[in-house]
Design a binder for this molecule. Sequence first.
Ligand SMILES: *[C@@H]1O[C@H](CO)[C@@H](O)[C@H](O)[C@H]1NC(C)=O
Length: 168
Amino acid sequence: MLSRFISVALFAFSLVHASPNPQPAEGDVARRAAPVAVKITSAQSLNPVVTFSGTPPLEVLVGQAAAPPGNFGIWERTELSADKYVFQNLGTGQWITINQANNHLVTVNGKANATVFAVESAGGGQFVIKLPNADSVWKALFDGTSPIFGRIIMSPADGTVGERWTFS
Ligand SMILES: *[C@@H]1O[C@H](CO)[C@@H](O)[C@H](O)[C@H]1NC(C)=O
């Protein structure tokens, strides 16, 4: 399943090089705070978090051996209130939410559909990204189905390296 997904993703990547990246319509980005363009990296992996164009919902993946091309590796992080954020991929224009069926991070159209996450310092320039007021954090999951990509699941905090993230 993941390997099929990756081939779709790599095809999508090749399309990006052939056409301009879609940008969100200006009316779609009513903002209380200016978004900041960031790369999100798992403390467990060398490369920024990846998403793909195609038919939503799209898995948000951690790239272990392949850096995402161009804007697919860049997220606009918008602070809605103190330490509460939504994330939009610059390559696809889609927003991060949680697939309730399997607790994986996926992308979806529309800021109104984005999940609001709290970002808390884990020390050393690393962060935990979590649901506000719940013990449920982003966790990179390399389950062996791909040597290149891992998924991101929502998990109770266990203090492991897969639950720490950096922004750059
Ligand atoms: C939110 O997601 C639903 C279902 O995917 C979609 O129909 C709707 O258009 C989205 N909302 C926005 C504002 O894009």
